[in-house]
Design a protein around this ligand. Structure first.
Ligand code: SF4
Length: 297
């Protein structure tokens, strides 16, 4: 088939994209396209199998490079103020429990400015999937130090090197007790896709961290001149493991960033706790209960 015919045919995932918004604003070599691809393939699969209706999905993003994603996907969504994607998504769920909110945002938005919302959503086992892109800095605003920036790294706010210890966000959420917690990197798009397929249609709080490359800002600041250099540097430290305890999970840019599934439970989520207390008419219809029954079979 000629190249022109192939272009005219479009991409199989175009049905889930607002193609009129493309090309996107992400820099060449940015890892966010890989994250988006894994997410769309997982959604496409779940819709094709009848597990989820795409009309139920609401993609909520915060501020930052990742925040642009809600404008590119052809799903209901919202682009919310900095750090407030999680409370907005909780509002969506409480306002219409038949909907399935998915938060996709960056590490600064989720773990720093919105850090308290993350902790309490996990504590409540809120019925919500959060996918956090971790690009190791505040990229969109110019490369400031973020909660995940490696110690010693140059950023625009730490010109002599970062004096702080970083957050291991996935390990923290696993310690609080969300139902599903995993960390992947953009080097493993298939594992990420499988993880999203597993985490999306289930109850309770689900959290997937995606360690991503920001070659334009973080990479240049720490001395990597091209996207492949940063990609390869990161690939050297990411390691897939099956941790037996929280202490086996490592987040160290010099030694190891542990990847894998850190928690995989099926405890009742917040919405079911509400339904145990109140007999709301919608309690019979919340998708999480249907999925929990399917998982239990
Ligand atoms: S600044 Fe970094 S994270 Fe943002 S689009 Fe460019 S490469 Fe990606």
């Amino acid at each position: 088939m000629s190249q022109q015919k192939l272009i005219a045919r479009g991409h199989p995932l175009d049905k889930l994209l607002r193609t009129e918004r493309l090309p996107h604003i992400w820099c060449p070599g940015c890892g966010l396209g890989t994250l988006l691809g894994s997410f769309l393939r997982a959604v496409d699969y779940l819709v094709s199998k009848g597990v989820i209706d795409e009309k139920q999905l609401v993609v909520v993003t915060g501020i930052g490079c990742t925040g642009r994603l809600s404008a590119y996907v052809k799903l209901d969504g919202a682009h919310t103020p900095h750090g407030r994607a999680i409370p907005y998504a909780i509002g969506v769920k409480l306002g219409n429990p038949r909907l399935v909110p998915v938060v996709i945002s960056g590490d600064g938005d989720i773990a720093s400015i919105g850090g308290n919302h993350l902790i309490h959503a996990a504590r409540r086992n809120m019925d919500l999937l959060v996918i956090m892109a971790n690009n190791l800095n505040y990229a969109l605003t110019g490369g400031q130090m973020g909660p995940t920036t490696p110690p010693g790294a140059y950023t625009t706010t730490t010109p002599r090197g970062n004096p702080e210890r970083p957050f291991d966000v996935a390990r923290m959420v696993a310690s609080i007790g969300g139902n599903y917690v995993a960390r992947w990197s953009i080097h493993y798009p298939v594992q990420l896709e499988e993880s999203i397929k597993k985490a999306l249609p289930r109850r309770g709080f689900r959290f997937i961290e995606v360690v991503s490359t920001c070659p334009e800002i973080f990479g240049r600041h720490v001395g990597y001149r091209t996207p492949p250099e940063l990609y390869d540097r990161l690939k050297k430290v990411v390691r897939i493991k099956k941790p037996r305890a929280l202490d086996d999970i490592v987040y160290d840019w010099e030694k190891e960033i542990t990847l894998g599934v850190f928690r995989d439970e099926d405890e009742p989520g917040y919405m079911e706790s509400i339904c145990r207390l109140y007999s709301y008419e919608w309690c019979r219809e919340i998708p999480e209960v249907k999925w929990a029954r399917r998982l239990a079979k």
